[in-house]
Design a protein around this ligand. Structure first.
Ligand code: PMP
Length: 397
């Protein structure tokens, strides 16, 4: 027997498990609503035209693949800052924000978690109940105790705001609060502008450390509208961490493009933070990959491509909203005794549909796959599959 012989099987990832079951299903009409990916109306993951044009430029340049700096491509980091904070942001002008290119949003969260573990090792970490399932695992693996704060209210399919605020007020000073900047995954329930204001006040008054995870900028109300939350936190002063991802907004899932930004209280402090963030990156993977960062920075900094991206992202956002509307309208017809109007109020790619585990199992018998919690990916619905989905939901209700 070796050191490996007693190793136990790790638990399966619940969402990847759905994909495995889906792949094994031989029904040609099968539908996977369990994913976290945007599909177009033909059921395909799009390759955006802005990305193709940027790649054509990059191929033309035929640049050698040298190592990037530890913090990533400078043009990328700058473009990310302007996107996330707004180009005229005080934290950029005062050089109080530092940004490192990361391996997707996940990599950004991991760098942030490792960084916090070095400089706030005893802090409690709080994530929403429920949250993206990797949040807990990421912070636990960085050495933190991870707690939940009240978030979703199944009775309204919205946020239990009073409960959330009370939980925030009870957190010890110095706690890290992970917040979804927009398009909450998995529920689709977001805070409104007034509620955000109250959250910011409590966080500031109680000396909590906000960590905003923004994986869906542009899928809510718009690029600037969704980013407004980040700007409000930045205006309230540091400390603040933001992880952002281009997996969804550029449909660049496999290129692993994201960033971690940290707001400090002075330019001098920011320089020290950056030096430490670089140390975290250096000891994990040395420096980030070139291609995705170049594609995104080329698009963001080339006016025609930037416009094209904004239009393509708007089209994705609008199509998801249309699918929400169609789902609600069709369910009203097929299942008139059930009210699904809340689906129109939810934001982003997901909906907590209210379907129970038993109903999700029953849907699976119809070759329609959803998450056990009832989470469905609205971005996986299209004009060809929606009637089948509605008929099946009406049947299992
Ligand atoms: N945060 C949230 C809330 C997410 O939903 C996701 C992706 N599903 C991520 C972070 C990670 O993004 P990436 O795929 O870029 O690592």
């Amino acid at each position: 027997s070796s050191v490996f012989s007693a190793i136990e099987m790790a638990p399966r990832d619940p969402i990847l498990g759905i994909t495995e079951a889906f792949n094994a299903d031989t029904n040609p009409a099968k539908i996977n609503l369990g994913v976290g990916v945007y599909y177009d109306d033909n059921g395909k993951v799009p390759l955006l035209a802005c990305v193709q044009k940027a790649e054509a430029i990059l191929i033309e340049q035929a640049a050698p693949r040298t190592y990037l700096p530890i913090e990533g491509l400078a043009t990328y980091d700058k473009a990310v800052q302007e996107l996330v904070f707004g180009a005229d942001s005080a934290v950029i002008q005062e050089k109080r924000a530092v940004t490192v290119q990361a391996i997707g949003g996940t990599g950004a969260l991991k760098i942030g978690a490792d960084f916090l573990q070095r400089f706030a090792p005893g802090a409690q970490v709080y994530i929403s109940d429920p949250s993206w399932e990797n949040h807990r695992a990421l912070f636990e693996s960085a050495g933190f105790k991870v707690n939940n704060y009240t978030y979703y209210d199944p009775s309204t399919a919205g946020v239990n705001f009073a409960g959330m605020l009370a939980d925030l007020k009870a957190m010890p000073t110095g706690s890290v609060v992970l917040l979804h900047a927009c398009c909450h995954n998995p529920t689709g329930a977001d805070l409104n502008a007034d509620q955000w204001g109250q959250i910011i006040s409590v966080i500031t008054a109680n000396g909590l450390i906000p960590f905003l995870d923004m994986a869906y900028q542009g899928f809510g109300a718009g690029i600037a509208e969704d980013g407004a939350v980040v700007r409000r936190f930045a205006d309230a002063g540091g400390p603040l961490l933001i992880s952002n991802s281009f997996s969804k907004s550029f449909s660049l899932y496999g290129e692993r493009v994201g960033a971690l930004s940290v707001v400090a209280s002075s330019a001098e402090e920011a320089a020290r933070l950056l030096s430490q963030l670089k140390r975290v990156v250096r000891t994990n993977y040395s420096n980030p990959p070139v291609h995705g960062g170049k594609v995104v920075s080329t698009v963001l900094t080339t006016p025609e491509l930037r416009q094209l991206w904004e239009d393509e992202l708007a089209a994705m956002r609008v199509r998801i909203k249309e699918m929400r509307g169609a789902l609600v309208a069709k369910l009203k017809e097929k299942a008139p005794s059930h009210d699904f109007e809340f689906v129109n109020k939810q934001v982003g790619m997901f909906s907590y549909s209210g379907l129970t585990k038993a109903q999700v199992d029953a849907l699976r018998a119809e070759s329609i796959y959803a998450v056990d919690t009832g989470r469905i990916c609205v971005a996986a619905l299209n004009s060809k599959n929606i009637d089948k989905v509605v008929d099946a939901i009406a049947k299992v209700l």
